[in-house]
Ligand binder design. Structure first.
Ligand SMILES: Cc1cc2nc3c(=O)[nH]c(=O)nc-3n(C[C@H](O)[C@H](O)[C@H](O)COP(=O)(O)O)c2cc1C
Length: 380
């Protein structure tokens, strides 16, 4: 790692994490003020159950932007009502939702960060109780406002309520929903969208043979299991402006040999880079019991490193996520070339000003600290 004291004495950039970075869009590039990204985090805070983000989302995401992050990615937001993880999820399938998001985007921008949104469909993991202390576990019964979920194939691997297999026609409809949501995200002012293909949700359910048992053109071979993701990317790319950033989040592996593998993730990442995907975020798991390494510091960083290596020679921006909690740790990941950026989730819940603290930890000069001016006099 660079010696930050020497670097600062000779006037060099003191930190890779806090150097601005230009992502390679088709139109001269899109610049982030630094490489610290807020990972998407469901807030389960839509009391009205209509998918419209609330004042909670405004204050939460606004604070993260004020806290100095370069890119704030808002939570998994459903492309249609059946795609919500819980009835209290946000969505982007109508005008009201678009308007509410637009207000949030304006605040994130005013506080100096780029605004991203994760677009999602939960498939067979939809219609569950929100992950909040006052709610139960498992599926919401139909009588309590739940709904019948859909997937690549009928599956009981999640232990949730009965689900059903999507027809080819319904799949076409979902691809269209993704494109419509992307168009709305553009109108709302988002700079970036991240397609959620991780954590055992719908796109991952198609990728993984642990769920996908189809015998049509969406199941079986690698080519068939990846077809839906590619259709979604192609449809979104058509409507999402070339000067904005298109990203994807993968579960890099199911951590079992007969599941979705890291080798396949690397191959698909290369193919999607060709199709115009710019950012790749590497999480893992979500189908079946967790069988990976201990979820300690940087536990998924090797997945990002493998994809970054596989994408070498392209101008992709690969982020590591999972157990990144300090500025020094993040700087180490970047300085050793394992990723191009870091995505922070739980540490940002604990401290929305995580990026400002990390900048201080890395001895970024006080006047260059990315936090909002109003926070300038804060001291550690
Ligand atoms: C409250 C909470 C909500 C989350 N919601 C999402 C989500 O909407 N989409 C997603 O891809 N991951 C979600 N995650 C996973 C995080 O983005 C992240 O991948 C994970 O927490 C590991 O990163 P960390 O160690 O920095 O927390 C969520 C995590 C938490 C703690």
């Amino acid at each position: 790692m660079r010696n930050t004291r020497v670097a600062s004495a000779v006037g060099l950039h003191v930190s890779i994490l806090f150097e601005p970075v230009t992502l390679s869009t088709n139109n001269g590039g899109f610049t982030l003020r630094n490489r610290a990204v807020v990972a998407p985090m469901c807030q389960y805070s839509v009391d009205a159950e209509d998918g419209v983000p609330t004042d909670w989302h405004l204050s939460h995401l606004g604070a993260l932007a004020a806290g100095g992050f370069g890119l704030v990615i808002a939570e998994a937001s459903a492309v249609n009502p059946a795609g919500r993880i819980s009835p209290r999820d946000t969505g982007l399938w109508n005008e009201d939702q678009q308007e509410a998001w637009s207000r949030i985007v304006d605040l994130v921008h005013a506080n100096g960060a780029a605004a991203g949104l994760q677009l999602a469909h939960a498939g067979a993991k939809a219609s569950t109780w929100p992950m909040l202390p006052d709610f139960g576990d498992g599926s919401v019964p139909l009588a309590d406002g739940g709904w019948t979920t859909v997937s690549a194939s009928v599956t009981d691997i999640f232990g949730y309520a009965e689900n059903r297999e999507l027809s080819a026609e319904e799949i076409d409809g979902i691809v269209q929903d993704w494109a419509d949501a992307a168009r709305r995200a553009d109108s709302a002012g988002f700079d970036m969208i991240q397609i959620h293909a991780a954590h055992g949700y719908l796109l991952h359910q198609f990728l993984s043979p642990l769920v996908n048992r189809r015998t049509d053109e969406y199941g079986g071979s690698y080519e068939n299991r990846t077809r839906l993701v590619k259709e979604v990317v192609a449809a979104v790319r058509e409507v999402w402006p070339a000067e904005k950033v298109l990203g994807i989040r993968f579960s890099g592996t199911d951590w079992v040999d007969d599941g979705w593998t890291l080798r396949e993730t690397v191959q698909l990442s290369r193919e999607l880079r060709e199709m115009g995907v710019i950012t790749f975020d590497l999480s893992s798991s979500g189908i079946g019991p967790y069988r990976g390494p201990r979820t300690g510091p940087g536990y998924q960083t090797p997945l990002a490193a493998a994809v970054k290596e596989g994408l070498e020679g392209t101008d992709a921006f690969v982020t590591a996520v999972g157990g990144v909690t300090t500025g020094v740790q993040a700087e180490h990941i970047l300085a050793t070339g394992q990723a191009d950026g870091v995505a922070i989730a739980r540490a940002a819940l604990v401290n929305p000003h995580w990026a400002a603290v990390a900048a201080s930890e890395l001895e970024v000069p006080r006047m260059e600290n990315p936090r909002a001016q109003q926070l300038w006099r804060g001291r550690w």
